[in-house]
Design a protein around this ligand. Structure first.
Ligand SMILES: Nc1ncnc2c1ncn2[C@@H]1O[C@H](COP(=O)(O)OP(=O)(O)O)[C@@H](O)[C@H]1O
Ligand SMILES: [Mg+2]
Length: 266
């Protein structure tokens, strides 16, 4: 069953909603009986702590140090390879190693029987194009970059990311076959979109016109509440959702669009 889709959430900058979207979409898919593996590649470990996993034992760091990470079962249909606060040491630890962009890929090859048991592998990152992030992109079928449409300069962030991806692809071309090992497709998702002012509406329209935009998630206070209370919006009670009318349906619509795009990747 090599149908597993691997998706990294990265790009642009911190605070755009990567972890929040990832937590919510994963929980929604898991409720729909999909099996998910989460990999936390952000040394801030926000995703790990959302699942109450705070540790520096057998984490993602082990993949880069010749150890073995432990895959933790954290929720129904959700497993996690956690980050540790010292994950930022990866950059110096693997400096000078050959093929250091492909260390996670290597680990995944060795563990493909496990990886193939999942429908989706979702990877959270710290927002820089580091060697660690490159390792995540190298295993991915898709990269999703959340962009905040209210943000001045989000098109620059988008262009910068595409440029970095192009460079990374170029640098990974195998001269024998003239093909790149990096085949992740890049998609953009609007995040924290407000529709209250003329400028925010204009930004939203601009975002919607980006060819690889696959969804726009509206701003709502229920999103911070979801990670804070560790309950995905789609799993909240009707009572909890009363003051956020329509938001759950909105999320399900956007998540369904994103899922369709991911499912259609080859
Ligand atoms: N759709 C949203 N509406 C309102 N706030 C949001 C939304 N998505 C994320 N946030 C909030 O924005 C902040 C940054 O989100 P986070 O997911 O941590 O970003 P990142 O992982 O990109 O650094 C958090 O306080 C989070 O609760
Ligand atoms: Mg984050």
């Amino acid at each position: 069953m090599a149908n597993t889709k691997i998706v990294t959430f990265t790009g642009s900058k911190g605070g755009v909603g990567k972890t929040t979207i990832l937590f919510n979409i994963s929980s929604w898919l898991a409720t729909n009986s999909k099996k998910i593996l989460l990999i936390d590649a952000d040394f801030q470990a926000s995703l790990s702590s959302t699942f109450n996993v705070i540790t520096n034992q057998h984490t993602l760091l082990d993949v880069f140090m010749g150890g073995e990470p432990t895959v933790r079962h954290v929720a129904e249909n959700i497993d996690l390879i956690p980050a540790s606060p010292n994950l930022d040491q990866v950059e110096t630890l693997i400096q000078g190693k050959m093929f250091r962009e492909y260390m996670l890929l290597n680990w995944m090859h060795k563990n493909e029987d496990l990886i193939y048991t999942y429908d989706y592998v979702f990877i959270d990152t710290h927002p820089e194009f580091s060697m660690l992030t490159k390792n995540m992109i190298a295993v991915s079928d898709a990269v999703i970059v959340p962009l905040e449409p209210s943000e001045y300069g989000f098109t620059q962030l988008k262009n910068q990311f595409e440029l970095r991806m192009a460079e990374f692809r170029e640098a990974s071309i195998d001269p024998r076959t003239n093909t790149s090992d990096i085949d992740a497709q890049v998609f953009f998702v609007g995040s924290k979109a407000r529709t209250t002012t003329t400028s925010s509406r204009l930004f939203r329209e601009e975002l919607l016109s980006i060819p690889n935009n696959i969804g726009v998630i509206k701003f709502s206070e229920i999103m911070p509440t979801s990670t804070f209370t560790k309950v995905a919006v789609t799993n909240m009670s009707a009572d909890k959702l009363r003051s956020y009318k329509g938001y759950k349906d909105h999320l399900v619509d956007e998540f369904s669009k994103i899922q369709r795009v991911i499912d259609n990747l080859n």
